[in-house]
Design a protein around this ligand. Structure first.
Ligand code: URA
Length: 282
């Protein structure tokens, strides 16, 4: 009898400890755990692991089901999200935009026409992150308005089925690099606080990284897109889920990759509980 009572007490203690641990994780902003173990093999068998633990036969590109990058091995202490009301978020995003417009932290301040902070709903469920403004964006001050932007808009409106105004769209860099060259490390480092503040205020359920620069910035990995696609990655610092897919400019050059991108978007839609049409409409 005494043995049974001891076991019951032990079980209750373990259960309370587990509950406390999970509560602490949620309080700290960690909403999910990496599915893959840090030392899992770099390339999983030809299976695509979806969020729900089911495995579908691989219709995505080879390598899409890679293990989480080593950066996930030891998540840093998650940042606490700011106390947020829709009004406070909208005001904070406007303030970020003003500060980006005046920013002189890097040399792009000398070559930009204007900064392109980002735009969209302050309470968006999805936040898209591109690389940097191009010529059209630099001219208009709005993200993704050129040819790649028009494709992104179609992906959002015809693919996901949301008005563009209901998502949030921004870039790793808020200013155009001359000639659309790759962002430089010090430019990314100077601009990173703006993106982090935007994420902290919008508090999206899903962040979509468009291309390798966004994926690298958001996940702290240099892994190629092909290794990052096909699973959702919790960010080490806040546990927010990141979906990595191709940059729309890449899709314009490689239209064959559009079906893989559509698979990626559907993974995100399933995660958000949005209906996924069995056939893409456009
Ligand atoms: N490409 C990007 O990465 N961002 C834009 O805003 C436009 C094109």
């Amino acid at each position: 009898m005494a043995g049974m009572a001891d076991r019951a007490a032990g079980d209750a203690h373990r259960s309370a400890a587990l509950e406390l641990f999970l509560e602490t994780c949620v309080d700290s902003g960690l909403h999910a755990f990496p599915r893959a173990l840090p030392d899992a093999p770099k390339r999983a068998p030809a299976q695509v692991h979806d969020l729900f633990g089911a495995s579908a036969s691989a219709s995505a590109s080879p390598g899409a089901a890679a293990a989480a990058p080593a950066a996930f091995a030891r998540p840093r202490v998650p940042a606490r999200a700011p106390v947020r009301t829709p009004e406070a978020a909208a005001a904070a995003l406007a303030d970020i935009a003003e500060r980006a417009a005046r920013c002189t932290r890097c040399k792009l301040a000398h070559t930009r026409t204007q900064a392109v902070p980002g735009e969209g709903a302050a309470d968006a469920r999805i936040l898209f992150v591109g690389e940097a403004p191009g010529a059209d964006e630099d001219r208009t001050g709005r993200p993704f308005v050129g040819a790649a932007g028009q494709l992104l808009t179609r992906m959002i409106e015809h693919g996901i089925g949301l008005p563009r105004s209901q998502v949030f769209i921004c870039n790793v860099l808020k200013c155009r690099p001359p000639g659309n060259r790759d962002p430089e490390p010090e430019e990314k480092a100077s601009c990173a606080p703006f993106l982090e503040e935007q994420i902290a205020w919008v508090q999206p359920e899903l962040i979509v990284a468009l291309g390798r620069h966004a994926a690298a910035q958001l996940l702290g990995t240099q892994a190629p897109i092909a290794r990052l696609r096909g699973v959702l990655h919790p960010r080490p610092q806040d546990g927010r889920m990141v979906l990595v897919t191709f940059h729309p400019a890449y899709l314009l050059r490689n239209p064959n990759a559009k079906s893989d991108c559509w698979q990626d978007l559907q993974l995100g839609m399933r995660y958000l509980g949005l209906p996924t049409p069995s056939r893409k409409t456009s």
